[in-house]
Design a binder for this molecule. Structure first.
Ligand code: GLU
Ligand code: ZN
Length: 299
């Protein structure tokens, strides 16, 4: 697929967009399953996009392990997998377009200089269009409140003043997640994003970037992430174990429970396809708790 081609628009296109920083773990299985079931229950397409734009955080072979796990779990995707590592040209084009609109500036602040700003960029470098110094690229975010209706969490609002200008290209030359995710959601014609609540904070940034890029915004639904006893998120960072490829049914059932779907008891005796089919047929988005977290021990 070339960068200039675009997906045909369809009434529902969903996606699962893992970062290959490790094999699929239970938290990411829930993300894959939620996006898959919501897409299939709406007769939609379900795409897989490998967000492999951060090599320092990636693990060799993880992309293939994730895809293999999805197949074993009966989560079959449409179209070819899109690898973000092949999309530099599209990201550069998007940056150029934003630069032409005078929305981008060079940020030369060091980490030390930004200490104490609580992650909200104070705008020091606004207006700096050129520099010889090492710099990241930031977008100038209009300081207005953004409110959106999350399919799971309900009305969510935040002020962009609280978020600050954000990075679209890092000092080390890598493209930022916010940029890549917006460019590719638009490119793939994604209409629905069902993902974990750990990304709820990023949504106002993405909505504002989509407006700046003049692309259509998908609708969003953020399900509660699975947490460990200590309240930590189940993630690759805290070494969540890879899910077993030998015995998918119990993990699928547990994932359905995490999504509030109350799977029938006899599914435990069924095949992977039985569980997936039940999940599609009985899918209720509004059965998902409108909470930010679900403890693993409650499942
Ligand atoms: N690649 C991101 C992650 O694994 C998810 C991106 C998204 O769903 O928007 O955390
Ligand atoms: Zn700066």
């Amino acid at each position: 697929m070339t960068n200039s081609s675009s997906y045909i628009s369809s009434s529902y296109i969903g996606r699962f967009a893992p970062s290959p920083s490790g094999p699929l773990h239970f938290g990411s299985l829930v993300a894959a399953l939620a996006s898959y079931l919501d897409a299939r229950a709406n007769n939609g397409k379900w795409l897989v996009r490998m967000e492999d734009i951060d090599p320092p955080r990636e693990q060799a072979g993880a992309s293939d392990l994730i895809l293999k796990a999805l197949e074993v779990y009966g989560l079959h995707w449409d179209e070819d997998v899109l690898y973000q590592s092949n999309r530099s040209e599209a990201y550069d084009q998007a940056i150029e377009k934003l630069q032409k609109k005078d929305l981008v500036y060079c940020c030369t602040c060091t980490r030390k200089e930004l200490r104490g700003t609580n992650g909200v960029y104070p705008g020091n470098c606004r207006g700096q269009h050129q520099t010889e110094k090492a710099h990241s690229l930031r977008v100038h975010c209009p300081g207005s409140a953004i409110s959106f209706n999350d399919l799971i969490q309900g009305t969510t609002s935040s002020s962009l003043n609280d978020l600050g200008d954000f990075i679209i290209k890092r000092k080390d030359g890598l493209y930022a997640y916010q940029l890549a995710v917006c460019v590719d959601d638009a490119f793939q014609g994604i209409t629905h994003v069902i993902r974990g609540s750990d990304l709820l904070f990023a949504t106002p940034w993405q909505l504002s970037l989509q407006t700046m890029m003049e692309v259509r915004s998908p609708v969003y639904g953020h399900f509660p992430v699975i947490t460990l006893d200590d309240g930590g998120k189940l993630s690759k960072q805290n070494h969540a174990p890879a899910i077993s490829l030998d015995n998918p049914v119990p993990a699928l059932i547990q994932a359905l429970n995490a999504l509030g779907q109350k799977p029938e008891k006899q599914l435990a005796e069924g095949s992977i396809n039985d569980v997936i089919e039940w999940g599609v047929k009985n899918w209720r988005l509004n059965a998902i708790a409108s909470r930010m977290e679900v403890p693993l021990t409650s499942l």
